[in-house]
Design a protein around this ligand. Structure first.
Ligand code: TYM
Length: 314
């Protein structure tokens, strides 16, 4: 067994990834994954809580893996796998569901937000944190690199581990989140958290035209010294010491600043986009099949211990 600690993260295949996903999760993953035994998951069953279109879900799964490879994840150095192919995740989630209370799950932000907006939350969204706990705990994960919006989910995972360990004996490790302060919440074009569900994203792999359209519609506010929403996104691509003079020289010239931001985004994305275009569906399938088989070996060993502990294996 490897001496390295384990790192795991996942992204939902619920739509096109955006630069919030890149800076909040993928880049932090890329920065450290080689120091760990690393797992990168496609959270397709989580995506089912919001997506009810089979063709779209299937396409998104291909696209997310393509994105992982295009940003530079080396599949020989990380286990890239599809959540739904490792059925132990949903099995363990059920066991956790039986250990936690309804009021505990009612505190979940994703669930509360939906209810607060008067939307109907499905039971999958309600128990979502327990599926995520299973994703993490099955692999004895030490660290989970995520954006700030996932902090509570890691707390839930620790709670699930504690509850199981108290009830059935020491089994699960308590994971730690790894959230990089400067990029914990990437703002969208309206200044709120960038999110697929708010429709305020800059796509990670859009065409230059799509990126330009999104940047040009960043909401600017003329009351301050500089357009904060533009600056906050720009700061992801250039150091603040470089940006300072640029924003001073071009004070009030929002169009010029946005055009510079488009060029800076392009400089980062264009080479990755090119790489992405060369990745075929066959490449993706191979990565998913190999990675999911590796994940399955680990998860099924853990689950046979869990089944014994809870008393269902005879
Ligand atoms: P998801 O798919 O919503 O987002 C994937 C990752 O991107 C980060 N992120 C952001 N970071 C900074 N600023 C933003 N505006 C922004 N938007 C998204 C998220 O924090 C996340 O790290 N529940 C998870 C998926 C998941 C998972 C897991 C993650 C399922 N199982 C196990 C880690 C471990 C989610 O919905 O992420």
């Amino acid at each position: 067994m490897s001496e390295k600690k384990r790192l795991l993260t996942g992204l939902q295949s619920s739509g096109a990834l955006h630069i919030g996903n890149y800076f909040g999760a993928l880049k932090p993953f890329l920065n450290t994954y080689e120091e760990y035994e690393s797992f990168l998951m496609i959270a397709d069953y989580h995506a089912l809580t919001s997506l009810k279109n089979p063709e779209e879900l299937r396409q998104n799964i291909y696209n997310v893996v393509r994105d992982y490879l295009a940003v530079g994840v080396d599949p020989s150095k990380a286990v890239i796998f599809q959540q739904s192919r490792v059925q132990e995740h949903t099995e363990l989630a059920w066991i956790f569901d039986c250990l936690v209370t309804v009021p505990f799950l009612e505190l979940g932000h994703a669930y509360k937000d939906k209810v607060a907006k008067g939307l109907e939350a499905n039971a999958g969204l309600f128990t979502y944190p327990m599926l995520m706990a299973a994703d993490i705990l099955l692999y004895d994960t030490d660290v989970v690199p995520v954006g700030e919006d996932q902090r509570q989910h890691i707390e839930y995972a620790r709670e699930a581990a504690k509850k199981f360990n108290n009830a059935f004996g020491q089994t699960f490790k308590e994971p730690e989140e790894k959230i990089q302060k400067e990029i914990a919440v990437v703002p969208g074009i309206d200044g709120k958290k960038m999110s697929k569900s708010y429709g305020n994203t800059i796509p990670l792999f859009g065409t230059k035209e799509e990126v330009s359209k999104a940047v040009m519609s960043i909401v600017t506010d003329s009351s301050g010294e500089r357009p904060e929403n533009v600056y906050a996104i720009h700061a992801l691509f250039r150091s603040e010491s470089e940006l300072g003079p640029i924003y001073e020289t071009n004070a009030g010239k929002y169009k010029v600043l946005k055009e510079m931001l488009i060029e800076d985004i392009e400089a980062v994305i264009a080479p990755m986009r090119e790489k992405r275009n060369s990745i075929t569906d066959e490449d993706v399938k191979k990565v998913i099949e190999e990675g999911s088989a590796q994940a399955k070996t680990i998860a099924s060993a853990k689950m046979s211990d869990v089944r014994k502990k809870v008393g269902v294996s005879l």
